[in-house]
Design a protein around this ligand. Structure first.
Ligand SMILES: Nc1ncnc2c1ncn2[C@@H]1O[C@H](COP(=O)(O)OP(=O)(O)OP(=O)(O)O)[C@@H](O)[C@H]1O
Ligand SMILES: [Mg+2]
Length: 226
């Protein structure tokens, strides 16, 4: 049996005690090395669920197990270290540091995680390899992130998520839509790089057209009654 990379049971999260649940789901499992497409309308709780998977937020009820570790069992500092070591995040707004170059942004996880740095081998060479694999030419590697197009920023964010071979790569689709052909090409590059190192991928989008790229999909229904 393939071990589960992510296992969620009976999850409930509210932003405030009097608010409707932002995420409420009975169960979800993602097997190691597989890709999951997570979809649902705006406000359905997709980004909230990704923050729960990263241990940035903790659920009011339920259990989230990542790589066999129950996140709620770890104190906050250990959760941060666990996230830095094992999870690569592509944020919805990318969260690149604008004054750093593309290359320096890709190298950031190696500064926060010794494990990621070791697994990258020669981090600078690996960062350049990933940027090139994601179709970014050498001059772009040294440009400040602030000067990149949205599509280029997305690929820099992907290279940053992939460096050091984290077991899980989590991607929150940017709201500012790229054209369909570019988005398809981006997903194919991301999945190819993840597959080459057997990483598990969770990719979020409201665009169900993209589901065909992934091994499985899961729908978040949206706001539920309190
Ligand atoms: N920081 C926050 N504080 C309070 N409520 C929040 C916060 N972030 C999100 N919410 C609420 O939680 C719900 C789910 O939001 P979330 O951002 O997870 O949706 P989403 O599915 O990612 O939407 P989108 O497709 O627009 O990115 C929404 O009702 C939103 O208003
Ligand atoms: Mg979102």
């Amino acid at each position: 049996m393939t071990p589960a990379a992510i296992r969620i049971d009976d999850l409930l999260f509210r932003w405030r005690p009097d608010a409707a649940p932002a995420v409420c789901l009975r169960g979800l499992q993602v097997d190691a090395g597989k890709s999951l497409f997570l979809h649902g309308p705006s406000g359905a709780g997709k980004s909230t669920l990704l923050n729960l998977l990263g241990g940035v937020l903790l659920p009011e009820r339920g259990r989230i197990e990542v790589l066999g570790q129950v996140l709620g069992d770890l104190p906050a500092a250990r959760r941060d270290a666990f996230r830095a070591d094992h999870l690569g995040f592509i944020f919805q707004q990318f969260n690149l540091l604008p004054w750093l170059s593309a290359l320096e942004n890709v190298l950031l996880p190696c500064r926060f995680s010794r494990r990621r740095a070791q697994r990258a081998g020669d981090p600078v060479a690996e960062a350049r390899r990933l940027l090139a694999a994601l179709d970014l030419a050498a001059p772009v590697h040294d440009a400040p992130a602030a000067e990149l197009s949205v599509g280029q920023q997305q690929r820099v964010a992907a290279a940053r998520a992939l460096i050091g071979r984290p077991e899980i790569v989590i991607a929150d689709e940017p709201t500012s839509a790229l054209d369909a052909a570019r988005q398809d090409a981006f997903i194919d590059l991301l999945l190819a790089e993840a597959k080459a190192v057997a990483s598990t991928v969770v990719f979020v989008s409201h665009d169900q057209r993209l589901a065909a790229h992934f091994d499985a999909s899961f729908a978040l229904a949206g706001e539920l009654p309190a």
